[in-house]
Design a protein. Structure first.
Length: 325
């Protein structure tokens, strides 16, 4: 009888040695989990992750430690995540810039697709096309007509060359067939101030920061960059429904794990995070930030990122946006 038990024990040990990923997944998580936010503290990515982290930690039975590793458009922290052990204890929370870096950076130390496995797209934060109150265009049709009548004169602000709201402007230029002028700033805040002051004509701004200025009458919304209307401004139509079919310009926040992370761990993290996104308290806090929960499957998120890499690569090439060295 003892010989039989010893044989079973040896078989179990051999199976564990042959399947280290499965053994690891069964014990996971056994210690705190780190989520790298590749941006500064207080930004929209940081706020969203810190909104979901406490309840996610409760669901998993381990604390979620959020680490901000900002710099170089999010590439520094993302590179650290790519190099982390694929043991389920390090994740990365990228934003939309994750899918523009292949077209913008001539030298990347990581592959945004190959070096990670998708967990889920957590939220989207739509961009909204806003103009100053002095601009005569009252809707998108009038705006495009004005741009065509005065080529090379309507200037728009952005957070800098290659930023997501810069590329949204380039996408508008391509799809509407207009000639616009890009005015890069050191951040969206100064650009927004100049827009309200009448120094530039328009910009694409995340809805969470522009909504207060729209409600006060300092800015006029012409359309949102998501494919569906947003809860924060349901009266504002999408640019897609206004005639530029397929136009989509949003910032998004997702969760990635280093390539090679066991599938069981990815599935568990996805399952628990989707549950958190359905929590009424979490939804209320995200809505106050202009963020719309998504909770896509890993396969859906992976496919979405691949489409975004292709789309923005085309925009960057066609617009002649210079690479970041």
């Amino acid at each position: 009888m003892s010989t039989e038990r010893n044989s079973l024990a040896r078989l179990a040990l051999a199976a564990a040695l042959l399947l280290p990923g499965a053994a690891l997944a069964q014990a996971w998580p056994a210690k705190p989990i780190r989520i790298i936010v590749p941006f500064a503290t207080g930004g929209v990515t940081d706020v969203v992750i810190r909104t979901v982290a406490p309840k996610l930690g409760e669901a998993l039975g381990q604390p979620i430690v959020v680490e901000n590793k900002g710099g170089a458009g999010g590439t520094i922290g993302t590179a650290q995540g790519a190099q982390a052990p694929a043991d389920g204890y390090t994740f990365v929370a990228p934003a939309a810039s994750h899918t523009t870096t292949p077209g913008l950076y001539s030298k990347l130390t990581f592959d945004p697709l190959k070096d990670f496995v998708a967990v889920t797209q957590i939220v989207t934060v739509p961009y909204i096309l806003v103009v100053g109150p002095s601009l005569p265009a009252k809707d998108l049709k009038e705006f495009i007509a004005l741009a065509k009548s005065k080529p090379g004169t309507l200037a728009y602000g952005s957070a800098g060359n290659g930023s997501s709201n810069h590329l949204a402007g380039e996408l508008l230029e391509i799809m509407a067939g207009v000639d616009l002028v890009h005015s890069p700033y050191k951040g969206s805040g100064p650009a927004l101030t100049d827009l309200m002051g009448g120094h530039i004509a328009f910009m694409f701004d995340p809805i969470n920061t522009s909504v207060q200025h729209v409600k006060s009458g300092k800015l006029r919304p012409l359309g949102v960059g998501s494919l569906t209307r947003v809860k924060a401004m349901p009266e504002v139509p999408t640019i897609d429904e206004l005639g530029l079919k397929g136009f989509e310009a949003v910032t998004w926040i997702g969760l990635l794990a280093p390539a090679g992370t066991p599938k069981d761990i990815v599935a568990r993290m996805h399952r628990e995070l989707v549950k958190v996104l359905k929590d009424p308290e979490v939804q209320e806090r995200l809505a106050s930030q202009g963020a719309e929960p998504v909770g896509s499957t890993p396969e859906e998120f992976d496919a979405y990122m691949r489409r975004e890499v292709e789309k923005w690569g085309m925009v960057i090439k066609k617009a002649g946006v210079p690479p970041v060295q």
